[in-house]
Ligand binder design. Structure first.
Ligand SMILES: C=C(O[C@@H]1C=C(C(=O)O)C=C[C@H]1O)C(=O)O
Length: 364
């Protein structure tokens, strides 16, 4: 390396050191502000909720709007996500239950939403996540609700029917599946593949083309699949990066999902009713009497008030009262007058109406 290059490099490193000192000072100042916010919240209400999903969504959206590169906006928002997570942990460490075991995509979604400073606890089933939040053992829960390839996760929708919890947020995660093996396994020795049935469905064509003769063994989660192949030299697992890292597995093939836009939407559940963030969604469950035109009657006010439906699901009712049960998501917040007017009308036409929550549209 030439002398002038060395000096150039030294100069750049000095500049980076100076910038890091500034970043350090500013992050500490920010953390101090967040701590003071906590004091102010507690002074006016001893049971104050520290975590404010609408405020966090606004902070992240602002960062993404202001960012001018060279880092891309998502990357920048992820960094700020971690700063906020650490600041919030200073106020009050947040406890989150997610559909486990460790290494699942739901854990990844929880990390994406709450950052690394939240304490996250794996649960064995979706209804356990609901129960832990209801019992107050944790502050929030994270459950999957729909996948772009495979559709809705009925278990989650059904859990809402008997629950008083609110939806406080959503996270959308791009799902990349990999074919994972332990260190010593060779491609032509794989005779068995473990995964969750949803993941098999999302990789069906790829498997038919590349491993038509391997036995496909469904297990309770991708992370469980990864755990099993650790000790089986003739087996592979379909799972994501978190599971691969957790069990130290090698990638035999990457991104084997049939659709490149394969993504899963997760919901954050809690006891909180979240104020408006500016770009929000609302979820409802509505029961209609079993009569001709019921669905038309239900949807007509949405059309008239020009409210954007983002999802409509039908579930069979489990009681006499809920004849036809619809799960509806739309753009807007219950505190907006046009949404309040819409809900008044829907309430008159429905036999039951439950607002599951208004929450910020997923930012990251
Ligand atoms: C600082 C606050 O509390 C928490 C921390 C936030 C942050 O670090 O920016 C944002 C929202 C809250 O989850 C606040 O309410 O403003």
């Amino acid at each position: 390396m030439s002398e002038s290059n060395k000096q150039g490099l030294g100069g750049l490193r000095n500049r980076i050191d100076e910038i890091d000192s500034d970043i350090l000072r500013l992050i500490s100042e920010r953390a101090e502000c967040a701590r003071q916010v906590a004091e102010t919240k507690t002074a006016s209400d001893p049971d104050a909720v520290f975590y404010r999903p609408e405020r966090e969504a606004q902070v992240l959206r602002r960062v993404m709007e202001m960012n001018q590169g060279p880092l891309d906006s998502e990357e920048m928002a992820r960094l700020f996500r971690e700063i906020m997570s650490a600041c919030l942990a200073l106020e009050q460490p947040i406890k989150v239950a997610y559909l486990g075991p460790e290494g699942t995509f739901t854990q990844q979604a929880s990390l994406k939403h709450f950052g690394d400073s939240a304490i996250s606890l794996p649960m064995a089933a979706i209804d356990e996540v609901f129960r832990e939040v209801e019992a107050g053992a944790v502050n929030y829960g994270v459950v999957p609700v729909e996948n772009s390839t495979e559709g809705v996760i009925n278990h989650t929708l059904d859990s809402f029917m008997d629950s008083s919890l609110h939806i406080c947020g959503e996270v959308v995660l791009r799902i990349h599946h990999h074919l994972l093996v332990s260190d010593t396994t060779l491609k032509d020795k794989v005779s068995r593949i473990y995964s969750h049935p949803q993941s098999f469905a999302q990789c069906r064509k790829w498997l038919d083309a590349h491993f038509p003769h391997a036995e496909r063994v469904p297990v309770s989660s991708n992370a469980e699949a990864a755990r099993m192949v650790k000790s089986e030299w003739h087996s592979a697992a379909i799972a994501g990066d978190m599971a691969a890292k957790l069990y130290g597995l090698k990638h035999l093939a990457e991104k084997i999902e049939d659709r490149p836009d394969n993504s899963t939407r997760f919901l954050i559940i809690g006891n909180q009713q979240v104020p408006m963030s500016g770009t929000d969604k609302t979820s409802l469950v509505v029961a209609m009497r079993n009569q001709p035109g019921a669905l038309h009657d239900l949807l007509e006010p949405f059309h008239r008030h020009q409210i954007d439906l983002t999802r409509l699901e039908t579930r069979p009712s489990r009681t006499g009262v809920w004849n036809y049960v619809f799960f509806i998501d739309f753009a807007g917040h219950v505190d907006e007058p046009r949404v309040a007017a819409l809900l008044e009308e829907v309430r008159l036409r429905a036999s039951e109406l439950k607002v599951l929550g208004s929450y910020p549209q997923g930012v990251l």
